[in-house]
Design a protein around this ligand. Sequence first.
Ligand code: SAM
Length: 282
Amino acid sequence: MAQIDNLPPLREVIASHGLDARKSLGQNFLLDLNLTSRIARSAGDLTNCTVIEIGPGPGGLTRALLAAGAKRVVAIEKDQRCLPALAEISGHYDGKLHVIEGDALQINPQELAPGEDIRIVANLPYNVGTQLLLNWVATPQWPPFWLSLTLMFQKEVAERITAKPGSKHYGRLSVLTGWRTHADQLFDLNPKAFTPPPKVTSTVIHLTPRPEPFECDLKQLEKLTAAAFGQRRKMLRASLKGLAKPAEPLIEAAGLAPTARAEEIDVAGFVRLANIFKQNGA
Ligand code: SAM
């Protein structure tokens, strides 16, 4: 096991603070500091950055982020049982760790470090992970308040986020993240790396903002992708007919074939569709 600081091994931290993992909070802890250090390194240069971490738990990734030289880590944790263990880390790192107890879905991350260079890094709780991602991508101003997102998801979700048109994983999540970001899969983690082991493999992904994102109305893009991928085997003229009657002229005006299926349409195509449907009050 890697020795990255003089704090006790994570197994000891978990035992001494009674942090038995709770399924309801999506708790699968990563105790191997080699792996948490690998995730921290994947996030890029942290030295001048404030890192926002969601769900630090007993602090394995948090310690790796601080050992990698993060200027500051602001961590949001819902489980108050973890706070004493996190306070020990904060003491060890001269207060560079600031912990907020609460639900990450209810906290505006933009207000946590205004004006600072922010990277978000997290082994996300599976039950709120995609919603948090979509919130960060949907942030009102662009470029966004973050420089990058380095996130761990279940492999199947990571594949859906990073999928390209024509692949079986390509869908709503690929389009709703792809219109504003570039997303890459970095590496997989075996279930055995976690305590307790989840049922599935996990994957770390890295997202950066598109410098020139497609202009479009997010609500419209959400509506269109829901309709198109809700019936992904149907041709667009059928899956979109609930949004505009007739839908065919609008699909053609977007430069697309009404007989095409959702999984063949790239992000730029969906953005054109969203804009034309909106212009026509659909
Ligand atoms: N970062 C730790 C690690 O890598 O070992 C723990 C990761 S564990 C998958 C997810 C963490 O998110 C848990 O500590 C859990 O208590 C916390 N959590 C769950 N739901 C949350 C929420 N809505 N807001 C903030 N933290 C949450």
